[in-house]
Design a protein around this ligand. Structure first.
Ligand code: ADP
Ligand code: MG
Length: 239
């Protein structure tokens, strides 16, 4: 279980995360939903030690998470909106680099792990290609494979559908749902309401750094009226 309690973060005088609390169980998916600028990405960045926090605690399995250690221990991984691949390296090298340099694996064992991951994400035939030769969906699967190579417990996706063809939304949702079934804790920052009915997830609607409404995706799809703010956001997004 990941427990986030009373998390707050300001940039100057602007409260970007304002007293946010929620839990995500192992195998659970939390969707941080909302329009641009409400603090979704900042929350994921905090978990990945890319931003500091002002207040609050984050605990994993009951133990406080030392955010400065998150990167070192690879507790948490992030699949960035623009994927952040190493463009001058091949698909295979994008994965083996971290395994060798960060995890201290031998070249041989790094390659073995990388090739397994490339097979799992349907990229084996692309192992010698460069990121610029991949489609958007392939780039995203590579970014995911690279994240998983470091064996995180928590995987964060920032706007996983925004750089892709909308036709890929179901595929992305299935991939994310599979990660949850495999036992990862998954967090998604998105404004894309098309993901909601494709995931078994907890929805946290954000506004101005606060969580203003919460729903389970199945309850929301059965009784949207009970969640007026999420419903309004979904309708607004469709119009
Ligand atoms: P979202 O992902 O929901 O679109 P963000 O978390 O990216 O929102 O940003 C929330 C707010 O924080 C925005 O007003 C944004 O301009 C501001 N912000 C984000 N990063 C920084 C930063 N490094 N310095 C100052 N303001 C920032
Ligand atoms: Mg964002």
């Amino acid at each position: 279980m990941l427990s986030i309690k009373n998390l707050s973060k300001q940039f100057g005088s602007k409260k970007v995360i304002d007293d946010v609390s929620f839990d995500v169980p192992q195998g659970g998916i939390a969707v941080l939903l909302g329009p641009s600028g409400v603090g979704k990405s900042t929350l994921l960045r905090v978990l990945n030690n890319l931003e500091t926090i002002d207040k609050g605690t984050i605990a994993l399995e009951g133990k406080p998470l030392d955010l400065s250690e998150v990167t070192k221990e690879h507790t948490c991984g992030m699949v960035f909106q623009q994927f952040n691949l190493f463009d001058h390296m091949t698909v295979l090298e994008n994965i083996t680099l971290a395994l060798e340099k960060v995890m201290g694996q031998s070249k041989q064992s790094a390659q073995k792990i990388a090739i397994e991951l490339l097979k799992r994400y349907d990229l084996a035939e692309k192992k010698d290609a460069y990121p610029s030769q991949l489609s958007g969906g392939q780039k995203q699967r590579l970014a995911l494979a690279r994240t998983i190579a470091l064996k995180p417990k928590i995987i964060c996706f920032d706007e996983p559908t925004s750089a892709l063809d909308p036709l890929l939304t179901t595929h992305v949702a299935n991939t994310i749902q599979q990660l949850a079934s495999d036992g990862y804790i998954v967090l998604i920052a998105t404004h894309d309401t098309a993901l909601l009915d494709k995931l078994d997830c907890s929805i946290y609607l954000m506004d101005n750094g606060k969580i203003i409404e919460t729903a389970q995706s199945d309850a929301f799809s059965k009784n949207a009226d009970q969640f007026p703010r999420i419903q309004r956001f979904v309708q607004g997004a469709i119009e």
